[in-house]
Design a protein around this ligand. Structure first.
Ligand SMILES: Nc1ncnc2c1ncn2[C@@H]1O[C@H](COP(=O)(O)OP(=O)(O)OP(=O)(O)O)[C@@H](O)[C@H]1O
Ligand SMILES: O=C(O)C1=C[C@@H](O)[C@@H](O)[C@H](O)C1
Ligand SMILES: [Mg+2]
Length: 170
């Protein structure tokens, strides 16, 4: 069995669902943002300030290149699926689930959060355009598209777990 990667826009629930999935399946859970934060000893906004967005993107790719753990759950950062190399690594080393959420839900969840530098520097309109631009790349990367609208975190977690178990036993 391979790794499980969760991809999708900021606020689609990758971190919240990844954590629950790890507990439910009794697998180690890694959140790329947290891992990179711990490695650098800086918050995500501090990394953006110090090294720029491009510096942060390099750290994401380095993380994927060097990560050693086998069967585990990984919540990616919202921009990870934008790089071709990242998409290739994820598809080669794991199963990729795209959490599809409406922009309306996303905006409600993230608009007031100060820990996401891209939200801080963007208007609602700019963020919606970024969401539209990124969507085809999440789809390109994913083995599975998971609809999250009108579903609780636990329902989504259960659904993904059932897909993983089905593949494992199939
Ligand atoms: N389906 C859902 N139902 C209820 N709350 C949700 C749902 N999905 C996400 N949330 C909530 O929205 C917030 C943002 O979710 P989360 O941090 O998991 O997003 P993310 O995809 O990891 O974002 P990022 O790419 O910025 O790391 C959290 O408080 C989470 O609990
Ligand atoms: O969508 C993005 O580009 C980001 C999402 C977050 O997970 C963090 O990785 C960071 O805030 C950038
Ligand atoms: Mg997250």
């Amino acid at each position: 069995m391979k790794r499980v990667y969760l991809v999708g826009f900021m606020g689609s629930g990758k971190s919240a669902i990844g954590k629950r999935l790890g507990t439910l399946l009794n697998l180690p859970f890694y959140d790329m943002d947290t891992e990179i934060s711990n490695q650098t000893g800086m918050t995500i906004p501090q990394i953006f300030e110090t090294y720029g967005e491009e510096g942060f993107r390099e750290m994401e790719t380095e993380f994927l290149r060097n990560f050693q753990e086998g069967y585990c759950i990984i919540a990616t950062g919202g921009g990870v699926a934008m790089r071709e190399e990242n998409r290739k690594i994820m598809r080669r080393t794991g199963l990729v689930f795209f959490l599809n959420s409406t922009f309306r839900d996303i905006w409600r969840r993230i608009s007031t959060d100060i820990n996401r530098p891209i939200v801080q520097r963007s208007t609602r309109h700019e963020l919606e355009r970024l969401y539209q631009k990124r969507k085809p790349l999440y789809l390109q990367c994913a083995h599975f598209k998971v609809e999250t609208a009108n579903r609780t975190l636990n329902e989504i977690t259960q659904y993904i777990a059932s897909q993983i178990i089905r593949l494992k036993n199939g």
